[in-house]
Ligand binder design. Sequence first.
Ligand SMILES: [Mg+2]
Length: 281
Amino acid sequence: MTQPSTPTPPSTLVATDLDRTLIYSAAALALDDVPDAEAPRLLSVEAYRHRPQSFVTEAAAALFAELATHPGALLVPTTTRTREQYLRVRLPGPAPRYAICANGGHLLVDGATDEDWHARVRRALADDCAPLAEVAAHLRAAADPAWLLKERDAEGLFAYLVVERALMPDTWPKELADWAAPRGWTVSLQGRKLYAVPRPLTKSAAVAEVARRTGAGTVLAAGDSLLDTDLLLAADRGWRPGHGELAAAGWTAPHVTALAGQGIRCGEEILRALLGALAPR
Ligand SMILES: [Mg+2]
């Protein structure tokens, strides 16, 4: 008698950053060299206050849906966005079973946070770094109202500022990073947002937890910012776009492909690379 067959779990976990990796705000499109008549059609995947906020190209939407339904892949959006910011993104294809928000602070399973994981993260932060209140107070005292537009607490886990880049001194993020490092915090500048994040709050730790739970043997990753370095380093293979914080720093690693593409068109390139690295269906 033959045993009833059980579906094989996806063998490859695809952990990818969202903003400026797969989805792009109007300011990050980088389509200035494209004649208007040849500009790619865009799909809005996020509305904010009743206005379209983030986009993918039409081609990227199809590739994304292909990746989200690939039988050999478990697609895990892995973002620094808060849960609220993530849940308003409407990615093409079926809703992912797992998603990582707040830079690893929240592991969503079918849209709800996993409380055990969150409690584990909170304990690690309490043990290893200065409290958020101390860092937030420093940010308020050190930032100049001439270029500080907003100051935000993200889920009580980390802080970010929205800044006027043209007015903020170039040396300021480095000075902040030097202050933050001995306190166990790290600093990342992405577009108009400057993040201060506790060093143990990582995307890679949450991805490792999803890999453990699902038994995925291989991890593919993509990301554009300093907050994606641990994710890219922990993966078996990674890709980063030709724009963003990592590209500007010339950051690379032997198993990470530095793509040349810039802006929203590179989102397509990343999706093609991820699909190409999977076993054919
Ligand atoms: Mg990003």
